[in-house]
Ligand binder design. Structure first.
Ligand SMILES: [Zn+2]
Ligand SMILES: [Zn+2]
Length: 245
């Protein structure tokens, strides 16, 4: 069994949100509504994705142990043709009962942030977007809100923690709890999308975004006390390019 790594974050309160802007309270309220809607969508997908990735990892380990060449659980269910597969299906069902307890964790999060994308989402989004533009909620405001959200989720470390983090070799730092949480937060809030080419987010939430999308440091000296603007998401190709130029 692989550890289920589920990173949880808290959303911004109205006060925290409004304090990131200089607007009148009514405008702040309206903007907070849009922010919450968008944030809920992002986090809903993110929490679900964490669970799905874990499930897949377990399934692939199971297949490896049983010499099965399959990638997804439903492929196993569909392979009714031999006793061997039927037995494997039964064993997988037994084994995947453990996943139930992880599902309970995720279910709570989904409930907390549950506004799954609706079927008429595109039409609605377009309409919302036009209204937002009229009232000044643009990508600039959205970036400000994302930065505020990220920064409240990562309080500055104490002087001792800071010293410890700075002493770690860079590779060990990348394995630290603080960094793993930070990178998850960046992936969540930026839709696991490359800042340079903007590859469609969907494919990365659905796929192996952890290896395809990297969190790049714009300023290494801020290591251990990174703020939102010190980091950037890049796809592997753009990340390589960044380090070779
Ligand atoms: Zn890219
Ligand atoms: Zn980098």
């Amino acid at each position: 069994m692989v550890d289920f790594e589920c990173f949880m974050f808290r959303s911004l309160s109205l006060e925290e949100f409004v304090s990131a802007f200089t607007v009148n309270p009514e405008q702040g309220q309206v903007w907070y509504g849009w922010w919450s809607e968008e944030y809920d969508r992002l986090s809903w997908r993110f929490y679900k994705e964490q669970y799905n990735r874990h499930l897949l990892q377990e399934f692939r380990d199971f297949c490896f142990a049983n010499s099965l060449k399959l990638s997804y659980p439903d492929e196993l269910e569909e392979s009714y043709d031999s006793d061997y597969y039927q037995n494997a299906w039964k064993r997988w069902q037994e084994q995947s009962q453990n996943l139930q307890e992880h599902w309970e964790v995720v279910e709570c999060l989904l409930e907390e942030h549950s506004r799954p994308p609706r079927s008429q989402a595109i039409a609605e989004t377009l309409q919302e977007y036009q209204q937002q533009l009229k009232q000044g909620w643009t990508d600039v405001e959205f970036e400000t809100a994302k930065a505020a959200w990220f920064n409240v989720n990562f309080a500055a470390p104490s002087a001792t923690e800071q010293r410890e983090l700075n002493q770690l070799p860079y590779r060990s730092y990348l394995r630290s709890d603080r960094w793993r949480r930070m990178r998850a937060a960046m992936l969540l809030i930026n839709f696991a999308k490359c800042a340079a080419c903007g590859v469609l987010a969907e494919s990365h939430y659905g796929g192996d975004w952890e290896t395809e999308i990297h969190v790049h440091h714009l300023r290494y000296r801020k290591r251990g006390r990174e703020r939102y603007t010190d980091l950037e998401l890049l796809c592997k190709a753009h990340h390589d390019q960044e380090h070779h130029d």
